[in-house]
Design a protein around this ligand. Structure first.
Ligand SMILES: [Fe+2]
Length: 220
């Protein structure tokens, strides 16, 4: 019997090389946010710059090199997904830092309103949890209660047809890109040192006749 597999979620990843100077400049730029987060700490909840009036990182010189990488990777990813990138306008809708202290997490959410989202891991202690988890809420092959769950009465063999989620272990220097409407969450971070990631919400619109939104990518 042949069984076809359809409708995969696409997540792109790339390990970025960064100089010690460029990394130090980004960390220095985020020092006020780190201080703000320390003062606003809420148990179990990561601090995110988008809801704390600390967005717009793409306009700051310390992040210019990272924006260049994002611009390149976002175009390449959109091309893989079948977009005619030469006819499109790419823009930054919002950019912000996510600061995770011990025991902190980010609940499941989407970035609706954006086209693509990206995360860059700036400071990530190894082996300390905080995985980025993508969730398959639609469960297109659902056969009944417990389907795809561990210990299910329907059986416990995990495969691509019953998979409910996939997790990415954060790694310093890694860039991930994904469709902005994909539901995702950050599992509890278990390290001691502050974990710092940068999030990008990107817009894609037709270059001709499309409504301009956000700040356009600089052509590199
Ligand atoms: Fe997110």
């Amino acid at each position: 019997m042949n069984v076809d597999a359809w409708f995969p979620l696409a997540v792109a990843s790339r390990e970025l090389e960064v100089s010690a100077e460029a990394r130090a400049a980004m960390l220095a730029d985020l020092a006020p946010s780190v201080a703000q987060a320390a003062a606003q700490r809420r148990p179990g909840v990561a601090w995110t710059g988008d809801v704390n009036e600390a967005g717009g990182l793409h306009r700051r010189p310390a992040f210019a090199w990272l924006c260049g990488e994002i611009a390149r990777e976002a175009r390449a990813f959109a091309a893989v997904l079948g977009c005619e990138v030469e006819r499109l306008r790419f823009s930054y809708l919002q950019t912000w830092a996510v600061l995770c202290g011990p025991g902190e997490a980010v609940a499941s959410h989407t970035h609706r309103g954006a086209s693509l989202s990206a995360v860059y891991y700036l400071q990530v202690p190894e082996g300390a949890g905080g995985e980025l988890v993508f969730e398959c809420l639609s469960q297109p092959n659902w056969l009944g209660r417990g389907f795809g769950e561990r210990g299910s009465p329907l059986g416990a063999t995990s495969n691509a047809f019953n998979q409910r989620e996939v997790s990415y272990r954060p790694r310093e220097g890694r860039l991930l890109l994904f469709p902005a409407q994909a539901p995702h969450a950050v599992r509890a971070y278990e390290g001691e040192e502050l974990r710092i990631s940068i999030t990008f919400d990107l817009g894609i619109t037709p270059a001709e006749g499309g409504a301009a939104e956000g700040d356009p990518f600089l052509e590199g």
